[in-house]
Design a protein around this ligand. Structure first.
Ligand code: SF4
Length: 301
């Protein structure tokens, strides 16, 4: 049995909106652990800050613009109006995160504004926001699978058709994935589908990833049996995280994303030394066994 925890709106960050109210498995942190357990540890347990990147901030501003766009009456959601929303969205993002001004210190924000406007213009080639009314925007979803595997995610948009069919939409400001990275996108889609199934009791009719950089849609129609199998996969992943959290054994795993990793100076694969393992966050004692209420892995995993 799954336990719906909460459904509410939340703040927006470059990697999607984040709050740190309780331990949970998110698509991003699950991907981290699968890719490199040490990266996962340094992010989710040590909480070593990573500087914001221009691409991530641009993505956050685009998300904020699209959220504001759907806050307007449908007839006003035309491209010219959308372009006027960029400065306000930028101001909001700046107010929420440190270190952003440095990213545009040389050129000023206008160049970034232009990049955001181009992406928002691309959006109109994929959907017409004047033709439908979203059911929810930037919704935070949390659910405990069997009271022991806490999942957390932020859904950019949920649409509900008059016949009750539900569509989950996620905006991506990068390019659509090639065959190598498609599995990661599919993992995220299944993650969302499972959370919707366990919180609302229905299988979404469609999940849609919108890649603005190359104007591409990736859609997926989940299947109930497939989601049940996926739940078992997440349960096994959570068990592996809990085991690693108990022993502190988070081995570095060299991979194609190492070149973008901010933790290289701390990584043995690149001649570095990680800081001593801090253990689970203070507010939690020992990680509990999977299946017992209140399993105790770190937050925002
Ligand atoms: S540099 Fe590579 S191996 Fe090292 S922590 Fe980062 S992702 Fe892992």
């Amino acid at each position: 049995m799954s336990v719906p925890v909460s459904l509410s709106s939340a703040e927006v960050t470059a990697d999607g909106p984040i709050t740190r109210s309780r331990p949970a498995l998110s698509p991003s942190r699950a991907a981290d652990f699968k890719q490199c357990p040490l990266k996962y540890r340094l992010r989710a347990i040590d909480r070593i800050p990573e500087p914001p990147t221009r691409a991530a901030v641009r993505g956050t501003v685009v998300h904020a613009v699209l959220e504001d766009l759907f806050g307007l009456p449908a007839a006003e959601r035309h491209p010219e109006r959308a372009a006027t929303l960029v400065p306000g969205a930028w101001d909001r993002v700046r107010a929420e995160r440190d270190g952003i001004d440095e990213l545009v210190a040389e050129s000023g924000p206008e160049a970034l504004f232009d990049e955001v406007r181009r992406l928002v213009t691309s959006y109109y080639e994929l959907e017409d926001p004047r033709r439908f009314e979203p059911h929810s925007l930037e919704e935070r979803v949390e659910v405990d699978l069997d009271g022991a595997v806490p999942l957390r995610g932020f859904v950019d948009r949920i649409d509900v058709a008059p016949n009750g069919l539900l569509r989950v939409v996620d905006y991506k400001t990068g390019r659509s994935p090639g065959p190598v990275h498609e599995a990661r996108a599919l993992f995220q889609l299944k993650f969302y589908a499972l959370m919707i199934l366990r919180t609302r009791g229905i299988v979404p009719a469609q999940l849609r990833l919108i890649y603005l950089a190359d104007k591409t849609l990736l859609t997926y129609a989940p299947d109930r049996d497939e989601l049940d199998r996926f739940e078992r996969i997440l349960t096994a992943l959570w068990r592996a995280i809990i085991d690693a959290g108990r022993t502190g054994d988070f081995p570095p795993t060299r991979n194609s994303m190492c070149r973008f990793c901010d933790f290289k100076p701390l990584c043995p694969e690149f001649g570095g030394t990680p800081p001593p393992y801090p253990g689970w966050p203070q507010q939690h004692s020992e990680p509990a066994e999977l299946g017992s209420p209140g399993a105790l892995p770190p937050e925002d995993v």
